[in-house]
Structure formats: structure tokens, C-alpha cells
Design a protein around this ligand. Structure first.
Ligand code: MTE
Length: 336
């Protein structure tokens, strides 16, 4: 979509950051080397040499002055069904390397994301449901049973992490919503406020960020609505106060900072699908055999390590989800 440009006016990282922080950070970035096909192409331009805000690396909702009203619910009990044989990605690696275009089209958005006000926060449930509702996030979270799950997270840009998410089953929200039988899909939307999210001033993007799933996908046991990570309420850069985790799909499906769930009979067109339908399809299931038009999906860089490993079909979750797609061909599993 976009090609990296090193701007002459941008500071080199070592000029902007404390040396030790810089060296640590470079070592995981080197490990993560997002140079795809020799060029720094990514979902939309990851400028590794931009002046990054390293002070924000470990900043999270729980370390700022703000006291999360659901803090007492953490850490939640780990669900042993979702333990995986990979090391957990260190929090400081994850917290300093994020896609959240509302705050910039590069990975070092952590500091900018702290301007997001996550309370008060309401979540609207509307469309083809028995009764539309608008729920206060704390009321919603307290009405659910929180648990911790270790999930793989595979970005379409060919990097991956392993994350201890806390949250609740998407199926429980669907049950609460009581969809009508005509409802086939759920369209989700992120907040829209260019006064706090300067990325939303970039009018060439179709704000707000939108994603969609079929109701069967939302009801699948793996579909998880995330409220926390690393045993505490989610840091803002992770998509506080409510984001999705669909570990068998490319990461862009996992919409952050959700404000609305609309039940509909029409297949939603996502943010990325609007921008580049040939690159980011609706289903977007992880598929090592279908190339992104500009790079291979056969392997992935494990962030925080020097490892590049083979990518697995459905990101290793075929047992739980393959039946959802048995009507689709291999390519359709990704695009259609
Ligand atoms: N949600 C919103 N609202 N805005 C975004 O830019 N980026 C997506 C997804 N959800 C994005 C979003 C992409 S491309 C990825 S890979 C994941 O969030 C990144 O999640 P992470 O930063 O927690 O790794």
C-alpha cells in the first residue's frame, strides 16, 4: 500500500533516545525485521527509523494517573484450554510495537495513544436485535466472567506474538444482544474523535475503523473480547477498553477500542477492505499458501526473538475453526 520513505528531517533513533533503551529496542526490532521482500512495506508503511517515543514503551492504562474501575478483576484466572507452546512475548516488546492507525501509521504509537480517554465509555448494540442497548463499559465488563487466554497473534505483515489476553467470550455478548434470526453478520466500529486521535485527521482513510464477522465466527469458542492483557486492564495502545481477538485471522480483523456492535444481514466492508479489497479480504484467515499480493505469508517473524518460523494454516487453530469454512476454497478462505 505504502512504501517506506526516510525523511531527511526525521531524527535517527539513537539521537532521540537513551542508549540502553535504544539498544534493547533495536535488538527486538532487528529480530522482528519487517523488511518484506527487501522493502519496508507493511499494512501501511512502517517507518522503523522514525523518532520513536521510547518513554511510552511500557506506559499502560494502569501506570498512568487513571485508575481503571475494573482493576479488582485482575489478574483473571487463566483458562488452561488456551495454553500454547510458545514463549509469551515480553510486555515491553508488545507495548512498543503496535498497529493503531488512529494514532499514526507507524508502530510507535504508544505515547500518542495515551490521549485516548477510556472513561466514560459506552458500547452500543444495535441493528437486528430484540432490543437496542447502550451499555457503560464497566457495567458490561462486570456482567461477564473474565478469564485469561494465551493466544497467538499473526499480523498480515508477517510478524507474530503470543499474548496473555484477559476478556470474555464474544458468544456471551451475542447472547446478551439477542439477535433476530435475520442477522447474519456483526459490524464493529471504533471511536471517531480526530481531536484525540490525530491519525483520524488523515481524510484519505475511511474512518472510523470498521471490522466485521459472521455470527457463526462470533459464536466460535475462540472469538474473544479483550479487556486486559498481561494480568491487568489493557494498555491504551492495545485497544482499551474493549478490543477483539480472533487468533485464527490476520491481526487487522481484531478491531481495537470498540464502541459499537451492529447486527446486520449485510456483510460489512472493513476499513482495510475499503482501501484495498485485493489485499485485505473479508475472511482474512491466516493462510501460508496464499501470498499477500506483495509478499509471502509462508513464514513469520516472532517479535522479541530472532526466530522466523513457518506460518500455520488458520494460525494453528484449524481444529476449532476449519469447519466454519468448509464451503470455501483455499484462496477464498482468505479473500472472497
Ligand atoms: N484497530 C483499530 N481501531 N485501528 C487499527 O489501526 N490495527 C489492526 C488491529 N486493530 C488497528 C486495529 C492491525 S493491522 C493489527 S495487526 C492489530 O490491531 C495490532 O494489534 P496490536 O497492536 O495489539 O499488536
Amino acid at each position: 500500500m505504502f512504501i517506506k520513505r526516510n525523511r531527511s528531517w526525521s531524527l535517527k533513533e539513537h539521537q532521540a533516545t537513551d542508549e540502553q533503551v535504544y539498544l534493547n529496542r533495536r535488538s527486538f526490532l532487528r529480530g522482528s525485521s519487517l523488511l518484506i521482500g527487501g522493502a519496508s512495506l507493511s499494512l501501511a508503511g512502517c517507518n522503523m527509523d522514525s523518532a520513536a517515543s521510547d518513554s511510552a514503551i511500557t506506559q499502560s492504562a494502569s501506570t498512568s494517573d487513571f485508575k481503571d474501575p475494573t482493576l479488582d478483576l485482575y489478574p483473571a484466572k487463566r483458562n488452561p484450554t488456551y495454553i500454547i507452546k510458545r514463549d509469551i512475548t515480553p510486555e515491553e516488546v508488545n507495548a512498543a510495537y503496535n498497529n493503531f492507525y488512529e494514532f499514526g501509521s507507524h508502530k510507535q504509537i504508544a505515547k500518542a495513544a495515551q490521549s485516548l480517554k477510556t472513561r466514560p465509555w459506552t458500547v452500543k448494540i444495535d441493528g437486528l436485535v430484540e432490543e437496542e442497548m447502550e451499555l457503560d463499559i464497566d457495567v458490561l465488563v462486570r456482567s461477564m466472567v473474565l478469564e485469561e487466554r494465551l493466544y497467538r497473534h499473526r499480523c498480515v505483515e508477517a510478524w507474530s506474538m503470543t499474548i496473555p489476553w484477559t476478556g470474555f467470550a464474544f458468544a456471551d455478548l451475542v447472547k446478551k444482544a439477542k439477535p433476530l434470526s435475520k442477522a447474519k453478520y456483526i459490524r464493529m466500529e471504533t471511536f471517531h474523535d480526530p481531536s484525540v486521535a490525530s491519525g483520524q485527521k488523515q481524510s484519505w482513510y475511511p474512518w472510523p475503523y470498521v471490522e466485521g464477522v459472521s455470527i457463526e465466527e462470533a459464536m466460535n469458542e475462540l472469538a474473544f473480547l479483550v479487556t486486559g492483557a498481561y494480568g491487568k486492564p489493557a494498555a491504551k495502545q492495545f485497544g482499551a477498553p474493549l478490543r477483539l481477538a480472533l487468533p485464527w485471522k490476520y491481526g487487522f480483523k481484531s478491531i481495537k477500542s470498540i464502541t459499537r456492535f451492529t447486527f446486520t444481514d449485510k456483510r460489512p466492508v472493513s476499513f482495510w477492505e475499503q482501501l484495498a479489497p485485493g489485499e485485505y479480504g473479508f475472511w482474512a484467515n491466516v493462510n501460508p499458501e496464499v501470498r499477500h499480493p506483495r509478499w509471502s505469508q509462508a513464514t513469520e517473524q516472532v517479535l522479541g526473538t530472532n526466530e522466523r518460523i513457518p506460518t500455520q494454516f488458520f494460525n494453528g487453530y484449524g481444529e476449532q475453526v476449519a469447519h466454519l469454512y468448509k464451503e470455501l476454497g483455499k484462496r477464498e478462505i482468505l479473500y472472497r
